[in-house]
Ligand binder design. Structure first.
Ligand code: C2E
Ligand code: MG
Ligand code: MG
Ligand code: MG
Length: 289
């Protein structure tokens, strides 16, 4: 009987939800295997300084290459990994790999760009987070300034005072901090002045409509001006077209990231890319990919 009721309850789910719930369970199990087999790779997307045209940063973006399903988007599996706690080993792997590869670039003479790693709030809020970052820098003999951590406003949600304290500890280590997806959260303005951070990343959704939507243009210029008054750098993400770049540059945005300059690419390709341009990228010369 219980089984029958279970079946009836089951029918409350729409097929769609049903499928999505099933999908999550499957993904969670496969994620476990993937972590054990290290079926991941990091792609890197260049961040370009508007004035010099130099590549000043590289954002590390996690890729899961599934043996039969191909690439699975981090937007899909990171939330699952956060629910299950699998994000911790995954995040360690990302940090370890990013530090090793940026060190490798330095040893090849490609000094200059730092590496930006996305940090889940679940990881950030762990009590041993700062110690882990410190250990990672030591392990690779990496200059702290070459590591940037991208966090979102969500880290302030549960315990803002504690998060701010963690940021101060990271600051003392010497790593850089950027607020990712800036403008999509809710709490930021009140805290922004208290956060020991270096950079604000304007979310792609603003950049997307910057030419066509006066509101997005105004918000973007407001963010840039406010950030500069707080002595923060501003980077725009998701810059896809020349008009977007021109508008942002005119609005005094400092740095740029997006398909207009380069798509995220595997490490080997990145090395060729950096070598070919000798660390410079002429603004206005899209990667063409
Ligand atoms: P994010 O940190 O905001 O990363 C930027 C996303 O925008 C990336 O998607 C990137 O490929 C994409 N992008 C860059 N330029 C353009 C552009 O010009 N046009 C468009 N349409 N998209 C652009 P991706 O790689 O799929 O990553 C999605 C999100 O997954 C990231 O957003 C980040 O929140 C998360 N993520 C990625 N890697 C990691 C990781 O190692 N750890 C954690 N915790 N989260 C990660
Ligand atoms: Mg990011
Ligand atoms: Mg972002
Ligand atoms: Mg994001």
């Amino acid at each position: 009987k219980a089984k029958q009721e279970g079946r009836n309850n089951y029918q409350w789910f729409t097929n769609d939800l049903n499928q999505r719930v099933g999908e999550r369970v499957v993904l969670r199990n496969e994620l476990q295997k993937a972590i054990e087999n290290q079926d991941f790779t990091l792609y890197y997307q260049p961040q370009v300084d508007g004035r010099s045209g130099r590549v000043v940063g590289l954002e590390a973006l996690l890729r899961w290459e599934h043996p039969s399903r191909g690439f699975i988007s981090p937007a899909l599996f990171v939330p699952i990994a956060e629910d299950t706690g699998q994000i911790i080993p995954l995040s360690q792997w990302v940090l370890d790999t990013a530090c090793r590869q940026i060190k490798e670039l330095c040893e090849q003479g490609m000094t200059g760009p730092s590496v930006a790693v996305n940090i889940s709030p679940v990881h950030f809020q762990r009590s041993n987070f700062v110690a882990g970052i410190s250990a990672m820098l030591s392990k690779h003999g990496l200059d702290a300034e070459l590591l940037e951590l991208e966090i979102t406003e969500t880290v302030l949600l549960n315990n803002a005072e504690r998060a701010i304290d963690t940021l101060h500890q990271l600051k003392r280590l010497g790593v850089k901090i950027a607020i990712d997806d800036f403008g999509t959260g809710f709490s930021s303005l009140n805290y922004l002045k208290r956060l020991p951070i270096d950079k604000v990343k304007i979310d792609r959704t603003f950049v997307q409509e910057i030419i066509s939507d006066l509101h997005d243009a105004a918000i973007t210029q407001g963010i840039i001006s406010m950030a500069h008054h707080l002595r923060l750098k501003v980077i725009a993400e998701g810059v896809e077209t020349e008009p977007q770049f021109a508008f942002l540059k005119k609005s005094h945005c400092d740095e740029f990231q997006g398909y207009y300059f380069a798509k995220p690419m595997p490490f080997a390709e990145l090395q060729d890319f950096l070598r070919a341009r000798m660390l410079t990228l002429e603004p206005g010369q899209p990667a063409g990919k």
